[in-house]
Design a protein around this ligand. Structure first.
Ligand code: PLP
Length: 407
């Protein structure tokens, strides 16, 4: 691995200098949202001080600048994920919006009574509830791929579930609770062998792994800007042209139309057909800045660095007697979930916070997964490109302290 300049990376994130309860902040809640580099923060101010205007509508100077900047982001996203066409990139408000868009639009067009949608036991509520809603609406059935005790997909059970009734498979690339890195290439291939399209929830993957939608041959890929060092309120739905073209609009309004008459409306072309109303312009533009930021280090360098850090953290935490890991898959990325045996995760989280360590506690929006493991929740440490071994050492010391206080 070439030199990874962690000091200069950390210096780019002003919030990392914060003190919490008199301790230096150790931010390990990156699965929930990442911190923002100064370049993204500056880009937000620059947008409002220099080019604020609505997009795709005005002929005036500012509107053209804003539109150009917004469309440059689409191009940057398209290149970042290697989409075949920029118009296959739909800007949404986040992963949740992206999945709801597909569930509603694809669901209305292609899902009929008696059909099935396949998800997995480790999905975030965002990749469960929209499918439950559309299944209820269409009289279809939701089927769930089981997982083993390590938190890995049961690929045999998956293969057995695929048949002509299945209209879509929708699973996560990386589990936000277990850290499991799913074999999505194989998942996609098996579904495609039976002409079934696949949506991948990339919310916990896009900031950690090199994503190439064409190499994956994925039909839909969803992610959020705020989990990849960008602003909140913007996200992406990548969709293959062949599907997007055949899907009806999800919402009606400005921008998604070519011509409106009371008798009949003609919809706009891709990607605008799926982008009704004024978008979050500032967030969209600054997501482009976040992508530039990731590219200065390089996603492959980030992946190598984070993998090493994950190994270090897993080993260090495993040396604490009372630790029980939830999620021990062979292939993992960026997330460690654990329990301190005998202590409620919430109590552990409160003590960690007193020591300046920010983790997430609870069910992580994966309640069915908690039921699968028969636990109320976990303590989750999730890492990002700016975390260090020192952060992990402080986490481990804080967990030891919590164990000594609570047990
Ligand atoms: N999917 C996964 C795997 C997630 O981790 C999250 C958020 O934590 C989401 C979907 C929802 O993302 P958002 O709230 O940004 O829409």
């Amino acid at each position: 691995m070439t030199h990874y300049d962690i000091d200069s990376i950390r210096a780019d994130f002003p919030i990392l200098k914060t003190k919490v309860n008199g301790h230096p902040l150790v931010y390990l809640d990156n699965g929930a949202t990442t911190q923002k580099p100064q370049s993204v923060i500056n880009a937000i101010t620059d947008y409002y001080t220099q080019i604020n205007s609505n997009v795709h509508r005005g002929v005036h100077h500012l509107s053209q600048l804003a539109t150009d900047a917004y469309e440059v982001t689409r191009k940057k996203i398209s290149e970042f994920i290697n989409a075949a066409h920029d118009y296959e990139v739909i800007l949404t408000s986040g992963t949740t919006h992206s999945i709801n868009l597909v569930a509603n639009s694809y669901g209305k067009q292609f899902v009929r009574e008696g059909d099935e949608i396949v998800i997995s036991a480790m999905e975030h509520h965002s990749n469960i509830v929209p499918w439950q809603m559309i299944c209820e609406d269409r009289g279809a059935k939701l089927r769930v791929i089981p997982i083993n005790d390590e938190g890995e997909l049961d690929m045999e059970a998956y293969a057995a579930m695929l048949n002509e009734r299945v209209k879509l498979v929708s699973i996560t690339y990386v589990s936000n609770t277990l850290g499991t890195l799913n074999p999505i290439k194989e998942v996609i291939k098996q579904a495609h062998d039976q002409d079934i399209p696949v949506l991948i929830d990339g919310a916990q993957a896009i900031q950690h792994l090199d994503v190439d939608v064409q190499a994956l041959d994925v039909d839909f890929f969803a992610f959020s800007g705020h989990k990849m060092y960008g602003p909140t309120g913007v996200g992406v739905l990548y969709g293959k042209e062949k599907w997007l073209d055949r899907m009806p609009p999800y919402q009606g309004g400005g921008d998604m139309i070519k011509e409106v008459r009371f008798e009949k409306t003609i919809y706009n072309e891709l990607p605008f057909k799926f982008e009704a109303g004024t978008p979050n312009i500032e967030a969209g533009i600054c997501l482009g800045t976040a992508i530039d930021y990731i590219k200065t280090t390089g996603i492959n360098q980030i992946a190598l660095y984070e993998t090493e850090l994950l190994k270090y953290a897993t080993k260090a935490l495993s040396e604490i007697d009372q630790i029980r890991f939830i999620g021990t898959a062979k292939e993992k990325s960026s997330v460690i979930s654990f329990l301190v045996n005998g202590a409620h995760p919430y109590d552990v989280g409160v003590i960690l916070d007193k020591l300046g360590v920010a983790v997430r506690t609870g069910h992580h929006c994966t309640q069915p997964l908690m039921e699968r493991f028969d636990i109320p929740g976990t303590v989750r440490a999730s890492i990002a490109m700016y975390n260090t071994k020192e952060d992990i050492d402080l986490l481990v010391n804080a967990v030891k302290k919590a164990a000594s206080m609570l047990l």
